[in-house]
Each structure stands twice: as C-alpha cells, then as structure tokens.
Write a protein that binds this ligand. Structure first.
Ligand code: BGC
Length: 408
C-alpha cells in the first residue's frame, strides 16, 4: 500500500498529561483519606470478582506489581514520586520530542489549612514550570484535578457554595505568584466525571448518592469556573483559559439526550468564559471488539464526531487527554495514530485543533482502580520507581518531532 503522510498545522502542540495526586506521591487530601478507608474493601471486591470469574483479570495483569487483588494497589502512597523526580520526568518528555506538557497543582499542598499558604509548595510549582519553560516546553497548568484539601472536604467540598470563594482565593494566589510564567490555564478537570462518580454513583469521594447534591455540585463547579476565569483574566489578560472536559461519543438510542447532558451541559454553562475548549476523549458507547486493559471500547472514529461537535463553539480546541491502559504496549502506538488520523481529518474540515496531550506521560494511580491500569508512555516499576520508556513512546515521539503521521 502506498504510504501517505498526514501533516499537522505548524506550531501544533504535542505532549502528555499527568495530575498531581496520580503521580506526585505524599499527598494528604480527601482522596488519600478515602483510600485509607476503602482500600481493603476494593481489594476484597476484586478478589471476589476474580473468584467468580466475572470479567476476570488475565495473568499478564496479575503478574505485575501491584495488581488489583492487592490492597496496596488502592493506596496512592508515594505514587511515582514525581514530586521529587519531575526534572528526570521532564527530561524524558523532552527526549520524546514533546513541546508541551499538562500537569496539575495540588491545592492541598498550596493551602494545607484555611488561609495558610505554603510558600515552599508554591515555590515547588514555580520550579516545575521553570523546568518546563527552560526546555521550551509549553506548560498547561490544571488548577483542580479532583482532590480537595481536608479542610475543604470538611465543609462539604463542592456541595458548599463557600468552596467557590476558597477556590478562587487559592487560584488568585497562584496566578499572582506564577501567572507571568504560564499562558495556558485549565481551571477544572472533568467536572462531569467527578460529580457523576462522587455525587450520583457514589463510588468516589465524597461518596454521595443524591441527585440534588449532584446538581448542586455541578452548579457550584460551573460558578467556580466563571469566577476563576474572571480573576485570571483580570490579572493576566493574555492568558488562555479553558476546562478539560470529558466527552463520550454517543451513537445509541437516546444518544441525543445523553450527548446533551454529558457532553454539553457544563460546556454551555461556561461557554462565554473559555478561550479554548479542552477535551478529554477515551470512549464511545459502541460495543467495539478492540478493548483496552480496562475493557474500555476503542473507537477512534468516535473522536472525529466529538471534535466536529465541539466545533460549534468556534474556539480553538486542545485535546487535553486521550489514551489507554495497555500494560503490554501492544495497542498504544496504533491507538495514538488512529486517533490522530481523525484529529487531522477534523482539522482538514475546518475544526481548529491546536494541540494533543497523550494520557499519560507516566503510569500512575488510576483513582479507585489503583495502580494496575498502565496508561503511561513511560512504565513505572512501583518497587524501584525506575522509569522505562515504552516502545510506543518512541512511535509517538516520531510524530511529535515531524509534526505528521504516516499511514500504515
Ligand atoms: C482523568 C484522569 C484519568 C484518565 C483515565 C480522565 O478521566 O482526567 O485523571 O486517569 O481519565 O481514566
């Protein structure tokens, strides 16, 4: 077959993403507390599931450390120790041709007690940003990736309107101290996933099952976004601000309603207060044969329809997350290329996509699933914390360096 090249627009940003709680290690927040009280239960449920043969984990997952049947799998602990090893990790990203990187600031480190800002933690994040910009890697800074300081949890987190005030004060402090070094801000990560799991299904902190609280938390998150947007713009008018919004491609019956509620309700509520639309895409509702280690369907074409849909906002689009759990690294290179093929197709048709961040740079703590799902371009040995670059990372590096994909 003739080899074809698909070139991306000049200046396209290429990189990978992480989030504080999933990689840093040593965090004390609502999640780390939740892990303490839920890890034994999660391991027990997984063991039962395995014994009953309900969707059992294959050997290639069970032979890795930690695996889903072990309690330590569900405790973030030292994670990848990225808090101390960020320079090494950024050197890896640079060697892989990345020219942008998305990470998050951990609110519980910056403001461990109400109104008490920890200057050393803020200095840490300044160093993180400088480490990126010194290598000419564009930082995309997420201000909230799901975790709350314990004192915010104690007042009811996003159920409480007061949290909006506290959140904007924290962001004000960050932007005052670090704002001149950062152009791209991502205020919230996937508010729809967070409220769905935390307030509706109740499987994540704060573990509520309440439609009212779910709606309330969503409402407060949207208000927090708008208020924060204004504060950042006031301090830095040229800042580019958005949200990282999880989008699913819905094809099935009732797709219209689901699409509207899941994909667009939040985005519509903030639409005048975003300079770009940030999207995280992983799955569609198609029953595809191709599956990830987490049994998520792989639907690259669904990505195209999501991108076309998001075009309605007439704003630049950044893909802030896209990736898969694939411990054997068998599917990752193809997954990336297939998805990028559809990004390029959307661009050709006038959709203004300006960057792509693979999730994730490193294997990391996958929330209530723990460490076993391996999303990284870089493998982490959780016993030694040794980093090992996966072959697919080099395939992606080729794309980043040449700004194009080749047909296969
Ligand atoms: C989240 C990440 C998570 C990834 C894979 C996204 O929903 O932003 O924190 O690790 O998906 O599940």
């Amino acid at each position: 077959m003739e080899k074809r090249e698909y070139i991306f627009p000049a200046g396209f940003l290429w990189g990978a993403a992480t989030s504080a709680h999933q990689v840093e290690g040593g965090n004390i927040n609502d999640w780390s507390e939740w892990e303490k009280t839920n890890s034994a239960r999660l391991a027990k449920e997984a063991t039962l599931r395995q014994a009953q043969g309900i969707n059992p984990w294959p050997d290639f997952i069970l032979k890795k450390y930690p695996n889903p049947l072990q309690e330590e799998n569900y405790i973030s602990g030292i994670a990848c120790d990225h808090y101390n090893r960020f320079r090494e990790d950024f050197d890896i990203a640079k060697s892989l041709g990345h020219n942008a990187h998305r990470f998050s600031i951990e609110w519980s480190r910056v403001e461990p007690a109400e109104g008490r800002f920890d200057e050393a933690a803020i200095e840490h994040y300044r160093q993180v940003i400088l480490a990126l910009t010194a290598q000419r890697v564009e930082p995309f800074v997420t201000l909230w990736h799901w975790t709350l300081p314990l004192w915010v949890r104690d007042i009811g987190g996003w159920e409480n309107k007061k949290t909006i005030e506290y959140f904007t004060r924290y962001v004000g402090k960050i932007v005052e101290t670090l704002g001149n070094k950062v152009k791209f801000w991502v205020i919230l990560n996937e508010p729809n996933v967070y409220t769905g799991n935390g307030y509706f299904k109740g499987i994540w902190p704060p573990g509520r099952h309440s439609l009212i609280k779910y709606l309330l938390a969503n409402h407060h998150l949207s208000q927090a976004h708008v208020a924060t947007y204004k504060i950042i713009k006031e301090k830095n008018p040229v800042a580019q601000i958005g949200v990282a919004h999880n989008m699913v491609c819905f094809n099935k019956f009732f797709a219209g309603i689901k699409r509207y509620i899941y994909n667009f309700l939040f985005l519509n509520s903030i639409k005048r207060y975003q300079d770009f639309v940030g999207i995280n895409y992983y799955i569609s509702d198609k029953n595809t044969r191709e599956r990830t280690d987490m049994n998520w369907p792989v639907d690259a074409e669904g990505f195209y329809s999501v991108l076309k849909d998001v075009g309605r906002y007439q704003k630049p689009i950044y893909v802030l997350e896209n990736g898969l759990a694939d411990v054997r690294d068998e599917k990752r290179a193809k997954f990336i290329k297939d998805h990028l093929f559809f990004v390029r197709k959307a661009i050709q048709e006038g959709i203004d996509v300006r960057g792509y961040f693979y999730w994730s740079l490193l294997d990391n703590f996958e929330w209530s699933d723990g460490f076993w799902p391996r999303f990284g371009l870089v493998e982490i040995d959780y016993k030694t914390l040794e980093r090992k670059i996966r072959p697919s990372a080099w395939e992606y590096a080729k794309i980043c360096r040449t700004n194009k994909i080749e047909s296969f």
